[in-house]
Design a protein around this ligand. Structure first.
Ligand code: G6Q
Length: 544
């Protein structure tokens, strides 16, 4: 038994859980008409409503006691002051420095001047490409940018570029290639003209197999379709921490945008890894994104725990995961522009907190990150909401939506939001037996069919949801929303006593694939693996 599950705050929550579990959410609303006022928070334009969670005042106090017991505020200060809290890699975790305005010290040096310098380099470069001043080898302005990167060097930039699509330039299209599957690169390149295409090779380490392979193939395509060796310097730039590998690839150090080992991959969209975002929406919008995140950082550091959005979002998650056994968490944005937000959060949460070992190396005996997934509403309603309403799994869900549409056509936005409100209400209330019976009677369903149909039409309700409503999905609000989730993940990691900033689980695949690749090149049959792997490899060899 770990000390966490035997600790006073944990045991108190465990004792309190059955009291909350036996009350239907409907009942909680009936008993207390002030739930919304008590259990919602407003920060700038962002409204966080957790009234449809199985909580009362006592629950919140007990969750806050757990946060205090785990010394959350101390961990927050340690992160913000640049301590090496990524203990397995001996690094600080300072994505907050990428958007800070005050000094942030790493190893005795203020990193902010360097951060600003790179931002200025990004501004000069993206402005010059966007206004056509910087041209391709045939003196034509660039029309397309291809970002080649994967994982943290892809998901954040893709998500933000999609989310801010309406802020994009009509003269410059930004594409993303991540997968080692040649289909993605080929399908992207077949629409492009090398003379007007700029490649960004984005890799913190500059050793990632997928990115380096795609980068070499892109370079080959460029040279085979009219580009010359000397033109590589104009058409290829790199974002990396590894200058020697960048130079070895053939990219001039002048065309390299630097970042630092204290920026984790999945926390890096605020750094030069955000260059494709700046290309797509312009540097002013990128600065607004940073400003939104900075405001959330300040709120996180200064607001009392009970009024602190990331803290409360994190603690509600702990309540669901550890005390109500919710093993999956749905992210349901009612905003088409946020269609990559669930995929982005999937990496942020699962790679950060999908761990089974404490900071000190002990095996954990409680649940950590849930499976995170989701799709935009209303599409999901016509697909998987059946399971949310009437399935057997406990799923917790975050619903997100903007009050204002960027495309106020007809009645679309009200219809969208009507669905948002209806779904969260239905998840909470459900439809009980007598309500279903009355409904069927009013539809004049004959008695015999009515009885047969009745159980299928019952919705148990009592499904927990959290709603996040914001005024408009502009760059600043988006920055705040992303930082809200970054800090929520951090809060949970502190409660669980795990390091959210390493990712050793990603390494195994990289090692194994290397060995197997050399065996696939050989003509003789594979026989050094288990029977299944040998069989699969040999079937591939025969049929490739
Ligand atoms: C993120 C992970 C991982 C990483 C990719 C790409 O936190 O570390 O997703 O971003 O493996 O790594 P490179 O940027 O080094 O190519």
């Amino acid at each position: 038994m770990s000390t966490l599950t035997q600790s006073p705050a944990w045991l108190a929550l465990q004792a309190h859980q059955p009291i909350m579990a036996q009350q239907h959410l409907r009942e909680l609303f009936k008993q207390d008409s002030h739930r919304f006022n008590k259990f919602s928070l407003l920060f700038n334009d962002i409204l966080l409503d957790y009234a449809k969670q199985p909580v009362n005042e006592k629950t919140i106090n007990l969750l806050l006691a757990l946060a205090r017991q785990q010394r959350l505020e101390n961990s927050m200060s340690r992160m913000f002051s640049g301590e090496k809290i990524n203990n397995t890699e001996h690094r600080a975790a300072l994505h907050i420095a990428l958007r800070a305005e005050h000094a942030v010290i790493v190893d005795g040096v203020d990193v902010i001047p360097e951060v600003k310098q790179v931002l200025q380099q990004m501004a000069r470069f993206s402005d010059a490409v966007r206004n056509g001043e910087k041209k391709g080898y045939s003196e034509k302005a660039f029309t397309d940018v291809v970002n080649i990167g994967i994982g943290g060097s892809d998901l954040g930039p893709v998500m933000v570029t999609e989310a801010l699509k309406s802020y994009g330039s009509p003269h410059l299209s930004v594409h993303f290639v991540s997968n080692i599957d040649g289909a993605q690169l080929s399908e992207t390149l077949k629409q492009l003209d090398p003379a007007t295409t700029l490649f960004i090779i984005a890799s913190k380490t500059f050793t990632t197999q997928e990115t380096i392979t795609n980068a070499h193939s892109a370079r080959h395509w460029f040279l085979a379709h009219g580009g010359k060796e000397k033109d590589i310097a104009i058409h290829f730039v790199a974002v990396s921490t590894n200058q020697s590998a960048v130079e070895k690839f053939g990219i001039d150090a002048e065309n390299m945008f630097q970042f630092w080992d204290w920026v984790g991959g999945r926390y890096s969209l605020w750094s030069a890894i955000g260059l494709p975002i700046a290309m797509a929406v312009g540097m002013d919008n990128f600065y607004s994104l940073l400003a939104g995140a900075r405001e959330m950082d300040q709120h996180f550091m200064t607001a009392p725990l009970e009024k602190n959005l990331p803290v409360m979002l994190g603690l509600i998650g702990i309540w669901q995961i550890n005390f109500f056994s919710a093993t999956t968490h749905a992210i349901l944005p009612y905003d088409q522009y946020l269609h990559r937000f669930p995929a982005y959060l999937q990496q942020l949460e699962m790679e950060s907190n999908g761990k089974r070992i404490t900071r000190d190396g002990e095996v954990i005996d409680y649940s950590t990150s849930p499976v995170v997934w989701g799709e935009p509403g209303t599409n999901g309603q016509h697909a998987f909401y059946q399971l949310l309403h009437q399935g057997t799994q406990t799923v917790s869900a975050d619903f997100l939506a903007p009050c204002q549409s960027q495309h106020p056509i007809g009645n679309h936005h009200r219809l969208l939001l009507a669905n948002f409100f209806a779904q969260t209400e239905a998840m909470m209330r459900g439809k009980n037996q007598s309500e279903v019976r009355n409904e069927l009677i009013s539809q004049k369903i004959p008695e015999a069919s009515l009885e047969a149909l009745l159980p299928h039409k019952i919705f148990p309700g009592n499904h927990p949801t959290t709603s996040i409503l914001f005024k408009k999905l502009d760059p600043k609000t988006l920055g705040s929303l992303i930082a809200l989730y970054e800090h929520k993940v951090f809060v949970q990691s502190v409660i669980w006593d795990i390091n959210p900033f390493d990712q050793w689980g990603v390494e195994l695949g990289k090692q194994l694939a290397g060995k197997i690749l050399s065996e696939l090149d050989q003509t003789e049959s594979a026989n050094s693996h288990d029977a299944s792997t040998n069989g699969l490899m040999n079937y591939f060899k025969e049929n490739q």
